[in-house]
Design a protein around this ligand. Structure first.
Ligand code: 5GP
Length: 204
């Protein structure tokens, strides 16, 4: 059976990556990788669904036992992609969807050059700022901090394979764009080194 791909979707705050990824999961072809983190749950977040919430000691222990595909520190907390679950998904033929930040994405690319890295961006910085302020749930200090981080992330976009822009109300279109990218990637000749052999040897 054809293996699934590792699909990394990174996006700064205000890119809408959570909603876009939800659409992808609904197609049934993508399985979301539930990360481990040492940060505290936000209201509404469920352990085992949004994240596996671990203590620092538990996280270090798992890292020591090579339990992560990648891990990184972000805003003072640790985040990691559980390895065993991830490899099971790929073997099952489904695509593994990683919603992770830039440093983690680079580690994935190095360890798994076949992974497809996609950066989701708001249409412009102005829109991004408006979206973050529009939430109305955060302090000015927090907004400025998130914008600063987001700016740094946008500057890393050339390290990604693709960029997808999320226009207002365009979540579904972004998910479709990502599906198109992955369909094309699966047809890339360099992914299948046995094309000629299979063509001549395959019966019917
Ligand atoms: P948040 O705390 O807002 O949920 O996530 C902060 C950042 O960490 C986001 O950019 C999110 O995509 C990223 N993140 C979530 N899980 C992982 C992970 O397993 N590994 C890495 N490297 N980043 C992650």
């Amino acid at each position: 059976m054809e293996k699934g791909l590792i699909v990394v979707v990174s996006g700064p705050a205000g890119s809408g990556k959570g909603t876009v990824n939800k659409h992808l999961i609904e197609t049934g072809d993508y399985v979301f990788s539930v990360s481990a983190t040492t940060r505290s749950p936000r209201p509404g977040e469920v352990d085992g669904v949004n994240y596996h919430f671990l203590t620092k000691k538990e996280f270090r222990n798992r890292r020591w036992h090579k339990g992560f595909l990648e891990n990184a520190r972000y805003s003072g907390n640790f985040y990691g992609t559980p390895k065993k679950e991830a490899l099971e998904v790929i073997e099952s033929g489904k695509n593994l969807l990683l919603e992770i930040e830039v440093k983690g994405a680079m580690k994935i690319k190095k360890a798994y050059p076949d992974a497809v890295l996609i950066m989701l961006l708001p249409p412009s910085y102005e829109v991004q700022e408006a979206r973050l302020r529009g939430r109305g749930t955060e302090t000015e200090e927090n907004i400025l901090k998130r914008l600063k981080t987001a700016k740094k992330e946008v500057h890393q976009v050339r390290k990604y394979d693709y960029v997808v822009y999320n226009e207002d109300g365009g979540d579904l279109q972004c998910a479709k764009d990502i599906e198109t990218i992955i369909r094309a990637e699966k047809m890339a000749t360099e992914r299948d080194t046995d094309i000629v052999k299979n063509f001549f040897e395959k019966k019917k």
